[in-house]
Design a protein around this ligand. Structure first.
Ligand SMILES: Cc1cc2nc3c(=O)[nH]c(=O)nc-3n(C[C@H](O)[C@H](O)[C@H](O)COP(=O)(O)OP(=O)(O)OC[C@H]3O[C@@H](n4cnc5c(N)ncnc54)[C@H](O)[C@@H]3O)c2cc1C
Length: 307
C-alpha cells in the first residue's frame, strides 16, 4: 500500500482511494479496488462500531437468481453472474449458504400473464434450472402452499450476508488497506485535485472517494455539493417470525407474483440461515433511516421526509 500517513486516531491522513460506508457495497467496492489497483492506498471509513450493521445485516438473506429483471439490462446480467460468483466465494471461504430454491406462486388467473412474463424474463436472463410448475408441482415442492401455477427457481438460495461482509473486510485488510470503524464522515470538500473528508477521527485527504452510505447516501452527496434531489425517504418493512415448531411448514422461499405497480416483490416467506422463517415485509413510512424498531424516531430524518 502506497502513501498512507496516519492521523492520531487511526484514520490515514492521506490515501489514494477512500470508500465511505462499510456495508456490503462499500466493502465489495473496496475489495475490487484493491485488486485492480494493488499499488494504491485504499481505506474504508465506516461510521458504526461494527461493519454491516444496517441493510447488510437487516435483509432477507436471499441470493436472487435473476428472474425479475428486464433481459439485457445490467441488473439482469449482474444478478445472474453475481449469484454464481457469490456461491463460489462463500464455498471458498466456508460461509454458510443453502440452495433451498424459490417458488413464485400465482393464486388466481389474473396473475398468469405476469407469471408468463417472469418466465420469459428468467429464461432470457439464463436463470439456471427455471421451470414452470402446475398446482400439483407447487404442492410437491411446498406441501403447505396452494396456487394454480408457479415458477420454480432451484438455484435461488440464502446466505449469511454479514459473514460475507466480514470476509470482504478480511480480504481488504490482507491486501494492505485500512478498514476503520467508528469513523463518521461529516464533511466533503474539494481541495485542488483531491477531496478532504472530515470525520470523527480527524480528516483524510483522498485522491478519489466512492460513497457507499446506503440510506444516508443522499446526505453525503449534498455534502459533496450535489443537488438535494433525489432524496431518500425511509420506509420500514416489518416481518413476522414463524414459531419454531411451525418452521417445517416452509421448505424453501415462497413469493407471490409481484404487482408491477409497486416497487416491491410482495409479501414472501423466507427461510434464513440458522433456520428462522420470516414473513413480510410491510411497507410503512419510517421515523428514521435506521428505524429497525417503530419507536426509533429522529427529528432530522422526519424533517427531511416532510419538507
Ligand atoms: C428489508 C430488506 C430486504 C432485503 N433483502 C435482500 C435480499 O434478500 N437479497 C439481496 O441481495 N438484497 C436484499 N436487500 C438489499 C440489500 O440488503 C442492500 O442492497 C445492501 O445491503 C445495501 O448495502 P449497502 O452497503 O449499500 O448499505 P448498508 O448495508 O446500509 O451500508 C451503508 C453503510 O454506510 C454507513 N454510513 C452511512 N453514513 C455514513 C457516514 N457519514 N460515514 C461513514 N459511514 C456511513 C452506514 O453506517 C452503513 O454501515 C434487502 C434490503 C432490505 C431493506
Amino acid at each position: 500500500m502506497a502513501g498512507t500517513a496516519s492521523s492520531a486516531a487511526g484514520a490515514p491522513a492521506r490515501c489514494d482511494l477512500a470508500i465511505v460506508g462499510g456495508g456490503i457495497v462499500g466493502l465489495a467496492v473496496a475489495r475490487e479496488l484493491t485488486r485492480r489497483n494493488p499499488q494504491a492506498s485504499v481505506c474504508v471509513l465506516e461510521r458504526e462500531a461494527e461493519l454491516g450493521t444496517h441493510q447488510t445485516g437487516h435483509n432477507s438473506g436471499v441470493i436472487h437468481a435473476g428472474v425479475y429483471y428486464v433481459p439485457g439490462s445490467l441488473k439482469a446480467r449482474l444478478c445472474v453472474e453475481g449469484a454464481r460468483e457469490l456461491y463460489e466465494y462463500c464455498q471458498q471461504r466456508g460461509i454458510a449458504t443453502e440452495r433451498c430454491g424459490k417458488v413464485i406462486v400465482a393464486t388466481d388467473a389474473g396473475e398468469l400473464t405476469r407469471l408468463d412474463e417472469l418466465e420469459c424474463r428468467g429464461r432470457a436472463n439464463g436463470v439456471p434450472g427455471l421451470r414452470r410448475i402446475d398446482a400439483a408441482g407447487i404442492e410437491e415442492l411446498e406441501p403447505h402452499a396452494r396456487g394454480i401455477a408457479g415458477l420454480h427457481s432451484p438455484d435461488t438460495g440464502i446466505a449469511d450476508f454479514p459473514a460475507v461482509a466480514q470476509a470482504y473486510a478480511a480480504d481488504i485488510r490482507e491486501a494492505g488497506a485500512a478498514v476503520l470503524t467508528g469513523c463518521e464522515v461529516q464533511g466533503v470538500e474539494r481541495n485542488g485535485r483531491s477531496l478532504r473528508l472530515t470525520h470523527s477521527h480527524g480528516a483524510t485527504e483522498a485522491g478519489n472517494a466512492v460513497f457507499c452510505a446506503g440510506a444516508w447516501a443522499d446526505r453525503l452527496a449534498v455534502a459533496a455539493g450535489a443537488d438535494p434531489d433525489p432524496r431518500i425517504v425511509p420506509f420500514r418493512g416489518a416481518y413476522l417470525r414463524l414459531a419454531p415448531e411451525r418452521r417445517h411448514l416452509v421448505r424453501s422461499l415462497i413469493y407471490p407474483v409481484p404487482d408491477p405497480s409497486l416497487p416491491f416483490l410482495g409479501v414472501h416467506l423466507t427461510k434464513h440461515i440458522g433456520g428462522e422463517v420470516l414473513i413480510g415485509p410491510t411497507a410503512l413510512m419510517a421515523g428514521a433511516r435506521d428505524a429497525y424498531s417503530l419507536a426509533t424516531v429522529r427529528r432530522a430524518d422526519l424533517r427531511d421526509t416532510l419538507i
